[in-house]
Design a protein around this ligand. Structure first.
Ligand code: BEZ
Length: 270
């Protein structure tokens, strides 16, 4: 996807996600969070924001036939792909208000796992924690990696400026929640979790397929930029790409984005 046709790449479909953002579930980037999860045979684990199911499948394999793994995602296309990929149980739900799981499953899970999803839960981050709490046994683990403070620095500023210049309020359009350690730790504690480890981890991330333009089309077109026409989006993306080039494009023409991961392990207190 060297040059992008705006119309064909603007949707957040499973296939566009797999094409442009496969790094999200690559072994290189997911080994730390999967190691923190420390799955055992027979465990019951929910994956919040399972996407197309690549990590859910690994967890499903690790818990074995005596365990249970359930994937949840907001996007039905992702759920269909996860099921096609071999995830046995996957359901569509807003992570901020999980309604889908039967009451019989409440307080029955050993762990809630989440990778690269909870930064989309800006509207009600506490709702996510209340859902996790409802599903976990006392002593259950909440193991997560998400965008944290200063994530995507540069791109976010560019989007805010471009949108503001057009007379819109960027804070209202910005769909991302990138909390500090202190903020998320406080939220976890107030929801009844003990925070075992929490850190912010900078991770320079090469944008292989489509560079920054592809990334913006996939992750911002239908969220941050959803109010705009295709023509306006094309102009905004040109502006942001132009602004970010000095820092994010190397001499060989390769783009990288500075991701900052908020990574934590918390335990549900009695
Ligand atoms: C992230 O994984 O940090 C992320 C992905 C898409 C948009 C914003 C952040």
């Amino acid at each position: 996807m060297a040059s992008l046709d705006h119309s064909s790449t603007s949707d957040y479909s499973a296939s566009n996600y797999n094409q442009t953002a496969a790094f999200v579930y690559s072994a290189e980037y997911t080994t730390p969070i999967l190691s923190l999860l420390k799955t055992s045979i027979g465990e019951r684990i929910v994956d919040f924001g399972c996407g197309t199911g690549e990590l859910t499948l690994q967890i499903q394999e690790a818990v074995g036939a005596s365990g249970l793994t359930v994937g949840i995602d907001y996007n039905n296309d992702m759920i269909s792909k996860a099921l096609m990929n071999g995830v046995k149980h996957a359901y569509m739900s807003d992570l901020q208000d999980i309604q889908i799981l039967a009451p019989v499953l409440e307080n029955s899970f050993d762990a809630v796992f989440s990778n690269a999803a909870l930064h989309w839960c800006k509207q009600n981050p506490r709702g996510v924690l209340d859902g996790a709490k409802r599903l976990l046994k006392v002593g259950g683990r909440f193991v997560c990696e998400m965008g944290g403070f200063m994530n995507c620095i540069g791109v976010r500023i560019g989007l805010h400026r471009a949108v503001k210049r057009r007379g819109y309020e960027p804070d209202k359009m910005d769909p991302w929640y990138f909390p500090t350690i202190e903020e998320y730790q406080g939220l976890l504690q107030s929801a009844g979790f003990r925070v075992d480890t929490i850190s912010l981890v900078p991770r320079l991330t090469p944008l292989l397929d489509g560079g920054l333009r592809g990334w913006l089309q996939l992750f911002a077109r239908q969220t941050f930029l959803k109010e705009f026409s295709d023509q306006e989006v094309a102009a905004i993306i040109d502006e942001v790409v132009d602004m970010c080039e000095v820092d994010m494009k190397d001499k060989e023409g390769n783009w990288s984005l500075m991701y900052v991961r908020l990574r934590f392990l918390a335990t549900l207190d009695a």
